[in-house]
Design a protein around this ligand. Structure first.
Ligand SMILES: [Zn+2]
Ligand SMILES: [Zn+2]
Length: 423
């Protein structure tokens, strides 16, 4: 993904119907994948959005959309699919209902160059330790499209995730697999790996099945969902397990499950949110921690990779820049080689041998364990000894990253911390 524009745009409602055109230049060679427009503004503001290519009208969505994708053979409804031709394109913004006469909104425009051409643009990737056998890739394991209660199409989700620098995205619509047919084409256009997923959604808990293409009957129970995951080479993620009435009140997911330790809807506050949950989560038992944005619609702190799950995959010989084969990512997930950061840019807790971790990009933060030990991170790649159990990074009153080793299930069915209990 190449960034064509990224910055604040000032809008005014002084002249009724006034619009602001932001011009972006699409160079040659033309991007083969498409163009992505992301508008950031408080959800209560009504900001019109439209797009013009060098020869004229390309689409309009009024204030209905904040993420728009235009590609050669697919586009956001309201926009015309077709080649992304070189030249001056205009994004038209209109201040329809804003709280003040002048406001600033965020606007980003990306051009997608799929496959190998996409790799060099990704300069912000934190440098995680690599050894002879493996490296870390980053993605998001929980997102919804228009196939359930999300507002974005699969193409928009994929393009946005790629623009955020993610290597993979699991599209996990509720109790359906109808979106799976769209994944291969959307992945090829955006230049990342899309994992088929579904969020099995029941009144007693939500399980994201990643890598499972067959539809999972929500009435069939945890053992059946685990069987499906096993047969497909996928994984079961216990989604937002301690989240009150949406939390996990089914039988324990077992030692092969991953635990969604960080859901995009949660507060990262160190005292009220994540840190208090980490130990309780670990007691559920599972192979490791993962995170997911649970993205339904663009909004404050809601974007693909907020938070980000890192997965250790085999080191590849050549072919870097090509999207990773899904089985490699799934094998990493199944092994529990995962770690979670607030965003695609980290900071990240990377497990080394037992009792040691490397904290990448966390200078000035504190590494905290459930036993109460605190270690200050003093360098960009800081090797630290750590107590056994889950760890997190804390600073400025919030949590920035979390990791846990595999844990045996310590709780019996019915003993899971439920609604109203302090975790
Ligand atoms: Zn859910
Ligand atoms: Zn969800």
């Amino acid at each position: 993904m190449r960034c064509l524009f990224d910055g604040p745009v000032e809008l005014s409602d002084e002249d009724p119907g006034a619009t602001c055109d932001v011009e972006v230049m699409v160079g040659t060679p033309a991007p083969a994948g498409g163009l992505l427009v992301v508008l950031e503004a408080p959800t209560s503001w009504r900001i019109d959005l439209g797009l013009f290519d060098p020869s004229g009208f390309r689409g309009w969505s009024g204030s209905a959309r904040r993420v728009v994708w235009v590609g050669p053979d697919a586009a956001t409804p309201g926009y015309l699919p077709g080649e992304v031709v070189p030249g001056g394109w205009r994004v038209r913004l209109g201040a329809h209902a804003i709280p003040e006469r002048r406001v600033e909104v965020g606007l980003s425009v990306f051009a997608s160059e799929p496959k190998a051409a996409a790799a060099p643009a990704d300069r912000s990737r934190p440098r995680l330790p690599v050894d002879d056998t493996g490296r870390w890739v980053r993605g998001d394991l929980h997102a919804h499209s228009v196939h359930s209660d999300g507002v974005l199409g699969v193409g928009e989700l994929a393009a946005w995730a790629a623009a955020r620098g993610l290597d993979f995205l699991a599209v996990s619509d509720h109790n359906t697999v109808s979106h799976h047919a769209e994944l291969p084409a959307a992945a090829a256009r955006a230049g990342l790996t899309l994992l088929p997923a579904q969020e099995v959604t029941t009144s007693r808990g939500h399980a994201v099945l990643v890598g499972v293409s067959t539809w999972a009957d929500p009435t069939a129970g945890v053992a059946h969902w685990l069987e499906l995951a096993e047969a497909a080479g996928g994984v079961l993620v216990a989604a937002h397990p301690l989240d009150g009435t949406l939390g996990w009140r089914l039988e324990p997911p077992g030692p092969t499950a991953l635990l969604e330790a960080w859901n995009g809807g949660w507060s990262p506050d160190a005292h009220d949110g994540l840190a208090r949950q980490v130990e309780a989560l670990w007691r559920i038992g599972g192979r490791g921690f993962v995170g997911g944005s649970d993205l339904h619609a663009p909004g404050a702190r809601r974007a693909p990779g907020t938070p980000t799950t890192w997965v250790r995959v085999p080191l590849r010989r050549g072919g870097d820049g090509e999207p990773l084969p899904a089985p490699e990512i799934l094998a990493g997930l199944r092994s529990g080689a995962t770690t979670v950061s607030a965003s695609p840019n980290g900071p990240v807790i990377v497990p080394l041998e037992e009792g040691r971790v490397c904290v990448v990009g966390g200078e000035g933060l504190e590494l905290v364990g459930t036993g109460g030990r605190r270690s200050r991170v003093t360098s960009p790649q800081n090797d630290l000894s750590a107590e056994h159990g889950p760890l997190w990074l804390e600073g400025d009153g919030r949590v920035w990253a979390a990791w846990a080793p595999p844990s045996p299930p310590l709780l019996a069915a019915g003993d899971l911390p439920g609604e109203g209990q302090a975790p």
